[in-house]
Design a protein around this ligand. Structure first.
Ligand code: PLP
Length: 222
């Protein structure tokens, strides 16, 4: 099966899960995660109609996306979904349209400075470490509301949502529920949650954005 066929299937499943959860059509945005895949693999999916993509590395995105954007007469929306180093903030702001992985104060400050410099006020999501995993980046659930507030008031960031990556070995539903509750409490509309293995569950739990990679492009092999 090719990527366009799988992309079509994912779109159908998103629509069905949305209907089953009484969501409005268009309520759930598919972020097609194209990390590790090259232009040749990505272009057919763009041609098929996908417009929102996710990449987890700044360097990799800078190498691939300018050429892809040039080939398309319409705007694409590129999301940074991986951890960001503050010394890459400049490149990140220039390359991406949405930053989903704001996970500490230093990054919020660096992004804010760059956005002012480049006159590009990008929507940002705060990454939440819903599983309190020591090795995973993200803000602890109990600190989310204070952190979002600081991002908005101290750094002037346009925080529009929350993002999470549940622990791999756990049932994700509980984590999605927690993210949904935190988004409600902080008054944020966007909930970026759910990947290839669990995006239908995430939609049932209130996802507005699902980040799906291997179910579209195939296994990554690394
Ligand atoms: C790679 C990645 C995804 C997509 O994972 P799949 O299981 O391939 O769908 C989603 N979110 C983040 C943050 C990722 O790094």
């Amino acid at each position: 099966m090719d990527a366009v066929t799988r992309w079509n299937e994912v779109c159908t499943k998103i629509a069905e899960a949305g209907r089953a959860a009484s969501r409005m059509p268009g309520d759930v945005t598919l972020v097609a995660v194209s990390k590790t895949y090259g232009e040749d693999a990505i272009w057919p999916v763009i041609e098929a109609g996908q417009r929102v993509f996710g990449e987890n590395r700044v360097q990799e995105a800078m190498a691939k996306w300018p050429a892809l954007r040039e080939r398309l007469p319409e705007p694409l929306e590129l999301h940074l979904i991986g951890p960001l180093q503050s010394n890459k903030a400049k490149e990140a702001v220039a390359t991406f349209d949405v930053i989903e992985s704001v996970d500490r104060e230093k990054i919020a400050a660096a992004l804010s400075q760059e956005m002012a410099k480049q006159q590009r006020q990008l929507p940002c999501y705060v990454q939440v470490n819903t599983g309190l995993e020591t090795q995973k980046s993200g803000i602890s659930p109990h600190e989310v509301s204070a952190f979002v507030e600081r991002c908005q008031t101290v750094h002037g960031l346009n925080v529009t949502g929350l993002m999470c990556i549940p622990p791999v070995e756990e049932n994700p539903a509980r984590h999605f529920q927690l993210l949904m509750r935190l988004a409600d409490e902080t008054g944020l509309e966007v909930r970026s949650m759910g990947m290839s293995g669990d995006y239908e569950v995430a939609i049932r739990k209130g996802a507005t954005h699902v980040r799906v990679g291997s179910a579209i492009f195939g296994p990554r092999g690394i």
